[in-house]
Design a protein around this ligand. Sequence first.
Ligand SMILES: Nc1ncnc2c1ncn2[C@@H]1O[C@H](COP(=O)(O)OP(=O)(O)OP(=O)(O)O)[C@@H](O)[C@H]1O
Ligand SMILES: [Mg+2]
Length: 238
Amino acid sequence: MSSNGTLISMKDITKVYQSGKIYVEALRGVSLDIKRGEFVAIIGPSGSGKSTLMNIMGCLDMPSAGSYDLDGHPVAEMNINQLSSIRNQKIGFIFQNFNLLPYATTFENVELPLIFAGKPGVVRHKKAMECLERVGLADWAEHKPTELSGGQMQRVAIARSLANDPDIILADEPTGNLDSKSGSEIIDIFEELNATGRSVVTITHDMTIAARCHRIIKIKDGLIESETRNGSNKSAIS
Ligand SMILES: Nc1ncnc2c1ncn2[C@@H]1O[C@H](COP(=O)(O)OP(=O)(O)OP(=O)(O)O)[C@@H](O)[C@H]1O
Ligand SMILES: [Mg+2]
């Protein structure tokens, strides 16, 4: 861990997408630090650059310019193997549509990152079951995702994201396909994970969910428009 506890440090990040002759400036200079143990919501209109920012945070995509240090390591200097291993070890991803393998059991879905990490079978079994227990789904280990409700599927996705004990959970609209009760249960789990020291960053359109996070970052037109902390109305333009 970096000495001052900063997990994510971004400076002047820009991202330009090119399709044919058209250039889209999705991020236009974002600077952002996220410390270990923070619980952050990213909000903003559709197309404002939220997913682009999260994909860069998660090393799923590279910025066009600017610098990004993850846990003190400059991401730009990592090769493909280092990037995939840092993703697997440090980051847990949650997506709106769950991204579970439909033909694999819930156990096998949760086991997958442990296979990628090269863990032996006994360790994989113990850890995958621990993670399923943590989200209240140990009894569903042998079921397929199609037999589960949306809320349960998202809990399996959370269990999978926890398999390698990530420092940070990145969630892109994790409650977007859920009813409000199931969505609220997902945020309950995020709160518990945060209380045990993990950083959680979640994109959301739902202001009741954003209000439960400790810090709200509002993105507009590829820039941070404002930040709010702990439900206070103090807006600090960064
Ligand atoms: N792969 C891509 N190729 C080209 N343009 C893209 C690509 N991904 C995103 N964009 C564009 O970049 C801008 C930001 O997109 P992004 O997906 O980050 O927005 P968002 O804030 O996540 O929106 P939403 O709330 O709808 O998910 C948009 O104009 C979008 O069309
Ligand atoms: Mg998005």
